[in-house]
Design a protein around this ligand. Structure first.
Ligand SMILES: Cc1cc2nc3c(=O)[nH]c(=O)nc-3n(C[C@H](O)[C@H](O)[C@H](O)COP(=O)(O)OP(=O)(O)OC[C@H]3O[C@@H](n4cnc5c(N)ncnc54)[C@H](O)[C@@H]3O)c2cc1C
Length: 433
C-alpha cells in the first residue's frame, strides 16, 4: 500500500491526515512541537470547518465568543465577536485527534527532505530516515520554500505574553502610525499583546532591548493601558514572528502537495490563517487520490489545487488591503502606504451582473476525485459554481437562456424553484427586469 508522509502537525496537517487515512492509505505525520505559546482569534466559520472536518475534541478547546473592541481610523466600535484559540491546547487536541484515529505521529524535527519522482527521503533530528511515496508539506511558515510567487510587504509581529489576574475574556485591535496591535486576555488572566510592524521602516532596537521597547509602546498607548487595566506586567515572554503574506511558487507536483501556510500564508490582520489552512487541507485528499489513482487526470488535479490556493490568497490579500484602506490618519506613513496598495487595486467583490455569467469547463471534486465539469463562471467566481442546493447550475442556466424562466421553473419541484430563484437573485437576474 502507498505510504503518505505529512510534515507538520498544525490544523492543515491533521485535517489532511484524517482525510488521507479515510481513503485507506498508510499515513504518518512527522512534526516537532510548536516552539512558542500564542492565542489566535477565529470566526464562527472556522469552528464550522473544524466540525465539518470531524475535529469535535479540538472544538472543546475553543474559548467562548468574546467581544472584540476596535479602535481603527480613530473610530471605536464593539461590533464584532471572535473565538479565542489557546494554541498550545489547540495543537495538543489536534495531536490527540491523530492518536484517537490511529495515525502514527513521530515527534521529531525534520532536518532535510530529498525528493525524486520515485519518492522522498526525510531525515529526522534523531538521525532516522523515513521514506514516503507521497509527501505533504504542512510545516507552516517554517516550510522551506519552493520559491515565492508573491510576497506582501515584509512584516513582523512582536508577541508579549504575561500572567495577570483573572478577568473576563476579551480582545481588541488598535491601529498605530507604524502598524497595528492586537491584544487578548483569557479568563485565567493570561494576557497577550501583539504589535505588527513594517520590517523596512520600523526602527527597532537590538534584540536585548526589544522587550523594553514593547513595554514602552504599551505604556504610551492609552487604549492598551485601559484594556489591561493599568496592570504592571511582570515576567513577560517575547516572541518575534514573521507575518508577511506569502504565496509559494508551486503547490502541487505528481507525488507531493503543499497545504496550509506552507502553500500560502496570509496577513494575520485578516484573521483567516486557520480558515485558509483548513480549506487547502480539506481539498487535499481528493487531489492526492487523483494524482495517485487517476494519473490521466493529474494535470487537472494540479490545476485545481493551484488555482484554489492562488484564488484564496488573492482574495484575502485584497480583503486585507481594503481593511488597511479604512485607516486614513497616516496615509503617507510607510506601513500604511505599502499595505493600502498591495497586492493590486482590483476590487475584492464584483457587483452581481447576470449578463456576465458564462459556461465553461473547470476542475471540481466529484465522488472524491478531481474531474472536469461544466460550471457557471462569473467575475466574482472565476473558478466556477457547479451546484446550488443540489441543482446542477450549468444545465439550468442553459435551459433558462433557451426556454425562459417560466418553462425552466416548471421542470423543478416547489422547493427547488425557491433555490433557483434565490440563486438567480444573487446573480442579479431580477435586478433589471
Ligand atoms: C503573528 C501571527 C498571528 C496570527 N494570528 C492568527 C489569528 O488570530 N487567527 C488565525 O486564524 N490565524 C492566525 N495566524 C495564522 C495561523 O497561525 C496559521 O495560518 C495556521 O496555524 C496555519 O496552519 P498550518 O497547519 O498550515 O501551520 P502551523 O499551524 O504553523 O503548523 C506547522 C507545524 O509544523 C511544525 N514544524 C515546523 N517546522 C518543522 C520542522 N522542521 N520539523 C518538524 N516540524 C516542524 C510546527 O511545529 C507546527 O506544528 C497568525 C499568524 C501569525 C504569524
Amino acid at each position: 500500500m502507498l505510504n503518505v508522509v505529512i510534515l507538520g502537525a498544525g490544523p492543515a496537517a491533521v485535517v489532511c491526515a484524517l482525510g488521507v487515512q479515510r481513503l485507506g492509505y498508510n499515513v504518518t505525520v512527522v512534526s516537532e512541537a510548536r516552539r512558542f505559546s500564542a492565542v489566535e482569534g477565529v470566526s464562527q466559520r472556522v469552528l464550522e470547518s473544524l466540525q465539518h472536518a470531524g475535529l469535535r475534541n479540538v472544538l472543546d478547546t475553543v474559548e467562548q465568543a468574546c467581544v472584540r473592541s476596535v479602535l481603527w481610523n480613530g473610530e471605536y466600535n464593539e461590533q464584532n465577536h471572535e473565538y479565542l484559540l489557546d494554541r498550545p491546547r489547540f495543537d495538543q487536541a489536534l495531536r490527540q485527534q491523530l492518536q484517537d484515529a490511529g495515525v502514527p505521529l513521530l515527534t521529531q524535527r525534520v532536518l532535510r527532505v530529498h525528493s525524486t519522482q520515485h519518492g522522498h527521503q526525510i531525515q529526522l533530528g534523531s538521525g532516522q530516515v523515513v521514506t514516503a511515496d507521497f509527501l505533504i508539506e504542512a510545516r507552516g511558515r517554517q516550510a522551506p520554500g519552493s520559491g515565492k510567487k508573491m510576497r506582501g510587504p515584509e512584516t513582523l509581529s512582536l508577541l508579549n505574553r504575561w500572567q495577570g489576574p483573572p478577568q473576563p475574556v476579551k480582545t481588541a485591535l488598535h491601529s498605530h502610525h507604524d502598524g497595528w496591535s492586537w491584544m487578548a486576555q483569557l479568563a485565567d488572566g493570561r494576557c497577550y499583546w501583539q504589535l505588527t510592524l513594517d520590517v523596512a521602516s520600523a526602527q527597532l532596537p537590538s534584540k536585548e532591548r526589544l522587550l523594553k521597547y514593547c513595554q514602552q509602546r504599551r505604556q504610551a498607548s492609552i487604549f492598551a493601558q485601559e484594556f489591561f487595566q493599568q496592570y504592571e506586567a511582570q515576567n513577560i515572554d517575547l516572541h518575534v514572528r514573521s507575518s508577511s503574506s506569502t504565496l509559494c511558487n508551486e503547490s502541487c507536483g505528481s507525488n507531493w502537495l503543499r497545504i496550509g501556510d506552507a502553500a500560502m500564508a496570509v496577513d494575520p490582520l485578516s484573521g483567516n490563517g486557520i480558515f485558509q489552512a483548513l480549506s487547502s487541507a480539506l481539498q487535499a485528499p481528493a487531489v492526492l487520490y487523483t494524482l495517485l489513482e487517476k494519473p490521466q487526470q493529474a494535470a487537472l488535479a494540479k490545476e485545481f489545487h493551484q488555482q484554489r490556493i492562488e484564488h484564496l490568497f488573492l482574495r484575502f490579500a485584497r480583503l486585507g488591503r481594503d481593511f488597511y484602506t479604512l485607516e486614513k490618519q497616516w496615509l503617507h506613513e510607510p506601513f500604511w502606504l505599502a499595505r493600502q496598495q498591495w497586492p493590486d487595486q482590483r476590487s475584492t467583490h464584483h457587483e452581481a451582473d447576470f449578463s456576465q455569467l458564462q459556461l465553461a469547463h473547470r476542475p471540481v471534486i466529484e465522488n472524491g476525485e478531481i474531474v472536469s465539469r461544466e460550471v457557471v463562471i462569473s467575475p466574482d467566481q472565476p473558478l466556477g459554481m457547479w451546484h446550488h442546493s443540489g441543482i446542477a447550475l450549468a444545465p439550468m442556466l442553459r435551459q433558462l437562456r433557451e426556454q425562459g424562466l417560466r418553462d425552466l421553473l416548471g421542470k423543478y419541484s416547489v422547493i427547488e424553484q425557491g433555490y433557483i430563484n434565490s440563486w438567480l437573485t444573487n446573480q442579479g437576474y431580477f435586478a433589471n427586469k
